[in-house]
Design a protein around this ligand. Structure first.
Ligand code: NAD
Length: 505
């Protein structure tokens, strides 16, 4: 395949890198099969403990140099990475689509997000502002500064195999940190491709070896990182199960975390909604990326007056959904990541039925695809309290429920352990404001007349409760990648103490 050559991906790739060099490892081979057609794309050598330690030593040393390069100069290098990504957008987008199974448009969109965050980070490199305060003591100056943390560990999930890395790395770098990235073991080749692209830019700019490190492997490698006191900040994206394990390990050594975990996102559809707009938001949110976005719409909370009408519209829309090869732009829904994901989807449907969910669009494995990973997006009428509804199943299963009052709808929306994205479709201004108020949605993202998925990089991205509380990407999310230092400088000739304390001798 041409895009593999363009991205310098071979049949067997070294998996451990300190930037421009690949480091030998005796780790296992990870084979990457495409969920699109079931074919082996290539394989990657996973990181063993010796190569991990080499990477860590190189990264720690690189930090000493990198942190002293002025932030705008670091920003200039990130600008060049954005340009390199622009040049490689097509092949990288194709690889994302082929290795992960999302549509080509979404694969390209993911690369666009990487480019956008690079642009954002370039501007940010000149805006790492601290505050100046007025000291209570005469001839004193008080202010705060932001310093880099050191080595930032990045663990990412399969469903955003490249964008999540960029959200973290672009910001971490301009802040003066160095990064070690462990991509998902389900999408290791995306990691290799990104490493190759960045290496070219780093070579041209003589960036010290160790600023951009890649390790490969599954949970075990992630655990080495979580337990490693050389990593002051772990930014981890994945399931709540992973986040619970990782946060305990990092907290035990009093490290910092940014956690971006599971979602269970709902749209409230008011009787005052523009139902046609709501339909687009709901269908795209529920079936886009085959239900494998952290922001996927999993629950629809619909006012009883419009419930039947909306349900009918939804069922009609689902009849028109085309399932097939995601590289073909005429298809709406591609495959799940692997057969394990298919098994989880089928199991959730079975459990839903046992718990009383009424499937109005049945779910099943779609025959005729070599990979065995294509499934039918399905819809069930259910109640919010059902165990299966409270759980994030990473597949296109949508639950419908009815409400009478807006307070009841908000309580249902908030009545889930996760708190990532939420939305309400309404043309009623009071309802909209209530939803966005302190009495409204308890999620990190709350939208009006926009679905739950498709966040822009300019805002801080993340969620509450079991979603982990982390924020990445825009706004002032950069502060999580730095340490704050308060400085007081006395330029007078006496030493007055704070709080009026006298210490005469
Ligand atoms: P996963 O939890 O299985 O794996 C995610 C990453 O964590 C992988 O790199 C994996 O190797 C690593 N890992 C697993 N256990 C670990 C441990 N104990 N210690 C350290 N690392 C460990 O998740 P997945 O199946 O790849 O992705 C799907 C999940 O990710 C969903 O729950 C989805 O909602 C979530 N997600 C959240 C966001 C967000 O921003 N909130 C974004 C994307 C995906």
């Amino acid at each position: 395949m041409k895009f593999l050559q363009q991205l310098n991906i071979n049949n067997t790739n070294q998996g451990v890198s300190t930037g421009t060099h690949w480091i030998e490892s005796k780790g296992n081979l990870i084979e990457s099969y495409s969920p699109v057609d079931g074919k082996l794309i290539g394989s990657v050598v996973s990181t063993d403990i010796t190569s991990y330690q080499k990477v860590m030593a190189t990264a720690t040393k690189a930090f000493e140099e990198w942190r002293m390069i002025p932030a705008p100069k670091r920003g200039e290098i990130v600008r060049q990475i954005g340009d390199a990504l622009r040049e490689q957008k097509e092949p990288l987008g194709q690889l994302v689509s082929y290795e992960m199974g999302k549509s080509l448009q979404e694969g390209l969109g993911e690369v666009q997000e990487m480019i956008d965050i690079c642009d954002f980070a370039v501007g940010l490199s000149r805006q790492l502002y601290g505050l100046t305060m007025h000291s209570e003591r005469p001839l004193h100056r008080m202010y705060e500064q932001w310093h880099p943390l050191g080595v930032v560990g990045i663990i990412s999930a399969f469903n955003f195999p490249v964008a999540v890395w960029a959200w973290n790395a672009a910001l971490a770098w301009v802040c003066g940190n160095v990064c070690i990235w462990k991509p998902s073991e389900k999408t290791p080749l995306c990691g290799i491709a990104v490493q190759n692209i960045v290496a070219e830019v780093f070579k041209k700019n003589n960036v010290p070896e160790g600023v951009n490190c890649l390790v490969q492997g599954a949970r075990e490698v992630g655990e080495w990182m979580s337990n490693d006191t050389n990593i002051p900040l772990m930014s981890a994206t994945g399931s709540t199960r992973m986040g619970k394990a990782l946060s305990v390990a990092v907290a035990a050594r009093l490290g910092k975390t940014i956690l971006e975990l599971g979602g269970n996102n709902a749209i409230i559809i008011s009787k005052d909604a523009d139902l046609d707009m709501a339909l687009v938001g709901a269908v795209f949110g529920a079936v886009g990326t085959a239900g494998q976005r952290c922001t996927t719409t999993r629950r629809l909370i619909i006012h009883e007056d419009v419930y039947e009408v909306f349900k009918q519209k939804l069922v009609n829309a689902y009849k028109q959904i085309k399932i097939g090869n995601p590289l073909d732009a005429t298809n709406h829904v591609g495959p799940l990541i692997d057969k394990d994901a298919v098994a989880m989807y089928l199991n959730a449907i079975e459990q839903g039925k046992q718990q009383g969910a009424n499937f109005i669009v049945e779910g099943k494995l779609v025959d005729g695809f070599e990979s065995g990973c294509y499934v039918q997006p399905c819809i069930a009428e259910a109640s919010n309290e059902m165990q299966i509804v409270q759980h994030e199943t990473f597949a296109p299963i949508l639950y419908l429920m009815k409400y009478k009052t807006i307070d009841e709808a908000i309580a249902m929306q908030n009545g889930a352990p996760q708190g990532l994205s939420s939305s309400m479709f309404t043309l009623n201004m009071r309802e909209a404001e209530l939803f966005l108020s302190h009495k409204g949605s308890d999620c990190g993202i709350a939208n009006i007349n926009i679905g739950t998925s498709g966040a822009e990089i300019g805002g801080a991205f993340g969620g509450e409760k079991e979603t982990g509380g982390g924020r990445e990407s825009g706004s002032d999310a950069w502060k999580a990648y730095m340490r704050r230092q308060t400085n007081t400088l006395n330029w007078g000739s006496t030493l007055p103490l704070a709080q009026g304390i006298k210490f005469d001798f």
